[in-house]
Design a protein. Structure first.
Length: 66
């Protein structure tokens, strides 16, 4: 099972129900909101959003063998 680690938190990818990504191209910023099973929502700051996206893209590459 893949687990997303940020700060002092650990969230299994299986607990993530959906994500919302907001990006500001000209500001070089990307922000991720996570919706977890059970309805909890987490809004990640810029460093944690980048960490999440890096781990999420890695997960996609591994699962899709890209």
């Amino acid at each position: 099972m893949t687990i997303f680690h940020f700060g002092r938190h650990s969230v299994p990818f299986t607990d993530i129900h959906d994500i919302n990504v907001e990006y500001r191209y000209h500001d070089n910023e990307i922000y991720v909101d996570l919706e977890l099973n059970g309805g909890a929502q987490l809004s990640l700051n810029l460093p944690d959003s980048l960490t999440f996206m890096e781990q999420f893209i890695k997960k996609i590459r591994e699962e899709k063998e890209v």
